[in-house]
Write a protein that binds this ligand. Structure first.
Ligand SMILES: C[S@@+](CC[C@H](N)C(=O)[O-])C[C@H]1O[C@@H](n2cnc3c(N)ncnc32)[C@H](O)[C@@H]1O
Length: 235
């Protein structure tokens, strides 16, 4: 998926550890600005698979012609998700991210018809209600990154009948966040706003960035891909 790297695992782990220590959103985005040029190499070292897994999950369930579907990639970073989606047959992408440098890298891929800066969780999404056939947020729903309050906004901009694909991680420092996310997703389902299509638990999600982060003593952390479908009024 990602380009080969001259950096070793220890160097990448040190860099990612800086990210997990920050809590202020502006600081986090400055961190991503600085990481953008080496992001793809580094996540290659971490064996980060979330973009490929999310794209495959969405493509396998999506109803209708993939090439016509308008997809919103939230927290798009350097564009790995659109790259993976394009390989499955999707072609129409809009992207949002809070880091200008990440957006600049995504722009160079030439895959997105629209890229906008947005502070996720602080601003409403710059899109009208019900305009996307599919909305994804990959690698950004975790402690210290995008708050779970984004989820109703993701639903708002999705077309009735459209799909939402979300990922999160299972490492120790993310367990509280993941529990709150699941509670919110269940509540939205109970209110009849969306329905669960797939929950894919992945044991080797990516390499752990510290012993404390690893799952059951493995060198990897686990993660989850969730796929939901927004209900139509008549359903
Ligand atoms: C780990 S990267 C994931 C990027 C891409 N989705 C992928 O899977 O490669 C997280 C992205 O979320 C963005 N991000 C994190 N918190 C954010 C926030 N509060 N508002 C906007 N963007 C945010 C970062 O700038 C970064 O590009």
């Amino acid at each position: 998926m990602a380009a080969s790297s001259n950096r070793n695992l220890a160097q990448v782990q040190r860099r990612v550890a800086e990210l997990h220590h920050g809590t202020d959103p502006e600081q986090q985005l400055c961190f991503y600005d600085g990481w953008a040029p080496e992001y793809e190499q580094d996540v290659g070292v971490l064996e980060y698979q979330a973009p490929r897994l999310a794209a495959a999950c969405l493509a396998s369930a999506f109803q209708g012609p993939l090439e016509d579907a308008l997809v919103l990639d939230v927290a798009c970073g350097t564009g790995l998700v659109a790259q993976e989606l394009q390989a499955t047959g999707f072609h129409r992408f809009h992207g949002l991210d809070g880091s200008q440098e990440m957006l600049a890298c995504a722009g160079k891929k030439g895959l997105y018809q629209e890229l906008k800066r947005c502070l996720l969780g602080q601003e409403v999404l710059p899109a009208p209600e019900g305009c996307y056939d599919a909305v994804l947020i990959v690698g950004a729903l975790s402690e210290g990154q995008v708050p779970i309050s984004i989820v109703p906004e993701l639903l708002r901009v999705t077309k009735p009948g459209g799909y939402l694909c979300l990922t999160t991680r299972d490492n120790q420092t993310n367990l509280r966040y993941k529990t709150e996310l699941q509670q919110l997703m269940d509540e939205l389902e109970q209110r009849g706003l969306w329905e669960k299509v797939v929950v894919q638990e992945v044991e080797k999600w990516e390499r752990a960035t510290s012993g404390q982060e690893s799952t059951q003593g493995l060198d990897y952390i686990s993660g989850v891909v969730y796929l939901y479908r927004k209900k139509r009024r008549s359903e």
